[in-house]
Design a protein around this ligand. Structure first.
Ligand code: ATP
Length: 448
């Protein structure tokens, strides 16, 4: 960030982010929060397609942790916890604070690590840096006293640490084992921005792996590899993903070792997930502050943490899948003038799995048949019905949101009860009997 005009590369990146933000809004993925009141605090709402896609991300992560991996159980802890949790964890002290500087002219505030020299907005002089705590305060109960003050959780993992013993005992676990949790977290970020990359309310997908100190290095390596693989298996380009070892002086206050998984966003390489060896920091501190001995067989377990953001993953998958095809993929004269957008999302991530389309709208038998097919499929898949516009335009409309398959009822359908299935990526069409449709589609989408 500086006050020089953007370079061509920066201009391209800004354009790309604008295109993605506008597609997300236009097609029901993401809307600015409280938009009719002018927006609020750089927050965002997930629309009908956005919530489907975000649920897909969370479900894939949850299944990976609790089904594919061995010995991990789930948890859903409360957002509001005793404020004592946050003093034990170090969040109320300088450890959980960003250094900010204030412009002496326009009074805007910025993170010290994000700017150089002068105010990026008006080139004014900047104040000396000061610490700014990121916890969001709230009060519980009807009387606002010191005793009723608590905080919205700034990370989901503390709910896991304070339940370590409950899970250990109720599930008769033995080390090593993990606890996975997905939930909202809140941080009073000084500079939210880059669309949903940094927001004040966001969702985390965190897994805490409890193990003996002797095995911590081995598991750290294991989890780091597993987490890189997760993104790659879901289609993220290898060249746009990297794992960076964070040196001691830059690590979070609790981390003995830290790897940041970064994605190459249009606005640069940025963290999407952290893998941390937290040592015995959490369980020993909670023991000290709560008076409850959280040792296991005479020692404090070490914790290897994988901490991902559901929203940052969402943005990563959206950007990585976004393709613009100049002149279009089809050679028709009309299409050749346009830029076609293809959202090449993995089939597990795509919010809409299929669309049912009557070839034309002015033939009532075709419309009736297509609506019957839609009714047949709706209980099984996230599915859309669309009859507006030419068939080519409807295919492109579906490509733009990443719909995997388009099912078209044409004149032959009325004769032999078959329809065509068009594949988003290859655009190849195959003909299938309607009575076999549900099974064929389940096989194509691997949902059996
Ligand atoms: P940053 O340096 O970007 O502020 P962090 O290192 O503080 O992130 P962690 O505390 O390690 O982040 O949180 C783990 C994950 O939670 C991040 O990798 C990210 O995916 C997500 N996350 C953290 N803060 C935010 C935020 N303000 N908005 C969206 N996601 C976030």
């Amino acid at each position: 960030m500086d006050s020089n005009p953007p370079t061509t590369q920066q201009r391209k990146s800004i354009d790309l982010m604008q295109k993605i933000t506008s597609l997300a809004k236009r097609r029901g993925f993401i809307f600015p929060s409280s938009e009719i009141y002018g927006g609020f605090g750089s927050g965002y709402d997930f629309g009908p397609l956005g919530v489907e896609m975000k649920n897909n991300i969370k479900k894939i992560w949850w299944d990976e942790m609790t089904k594919t991996q061995e010995n991990i159980v789930g948890l859903d802890a409360a957002i509001l916890m005793s404020p004592k949790v946050w003093s034990a964890s170090g969040h109320l002290t300088a450890g959980f604070a960003d250094e900010l500087v204030e412009c002496q002219k326009c009074h805007k505030r910025f993170r010290l690590d994000e700017i150089k020299g002068k105010c990026p907005e008006c080139a004014g002089m900047l104040s000396k840096p000061r610490k700014f705590n990121l916890m969001m305060k709230t009060s519980v109960g009807s009387v606002e006293t010191e005793a009723s003050t608590t905080y919205l959780r700034a990370e989901t993992c503390q709910g896991i640490y304070v339940n370590f013993e409950n899970v250990l005992n109720s599930m008769r676990q033995k080390l090593p084992f993990g606890i996975a949790q997905i939930g909202k977290a809140f941080r009073n970020e000084i500079t939210p921005g880059n669309f949903i990359y940094r927001t004040r309310e966001f969702e985390q997908m965190e897994m805490q792996w409890f193990c003996s100190p002797k095995e911590a290095d081995k598991f750290f390596d294991y989890w780091q590899k597993q987490r890189m693989k997760w993104y790659l298996d879901l289609g993220i380009k290898k060249t746009a993903l990297r794992a960076i070892e964070i040196p001691a002086e830059e690590r979070a206050h609790y981390a003995k070792r830290q790897i940041d998984i970064e994605y190459h966003f249009p606005f640069g390489w940025q963290e999407i997930e952290g893998v941390h060896n937290r040592g015995d920091y959490d369980l020993s501190n909670h023991s000290k502050h709560s008076g409850k001995d959280l040792q296991y067989e005479g020692y404090y377990p070490y914790i290897i943490e994988t901490s991902a953001g559901a929203d940052r993953s969402f943005l990563t998958f959206l950007i990585d899948a976004f393709q613009e095809i100049k002149g279009g993929r089809t050679k028709t004269t009309q299409a050749s003038k346009e830029v076609e957008v293809l959202l090449k999302l993995d089939k597990k991530l795509a919010p809409v799995k299929m669309a049912v389309l009557p070839l034309v709208r002015n033939k009532p038998e075709l419309v009736k048949k297509a609506k019957e097919v839609y009714k047949l499929l709706k209980p099984h898949f996230v599915c859309q019905y669309d009859e507006l516009g030419s068939i080519g335009r409807r295919y492109r409309r579906q490509d733009e949101v990443g719909t995997i398959l388009c099912l078209t009822c044409d004149f032959q359908t009325l004769e032999d009860d078959t329809l065509t299935i068009r594949n988003r990526d290859t655009m190849k069409q195959t003909r299938v009997k309607i009575k076999e449709l549900v099974d064929v589609l389940k096989e194509k989408l691997n949902t059996q």
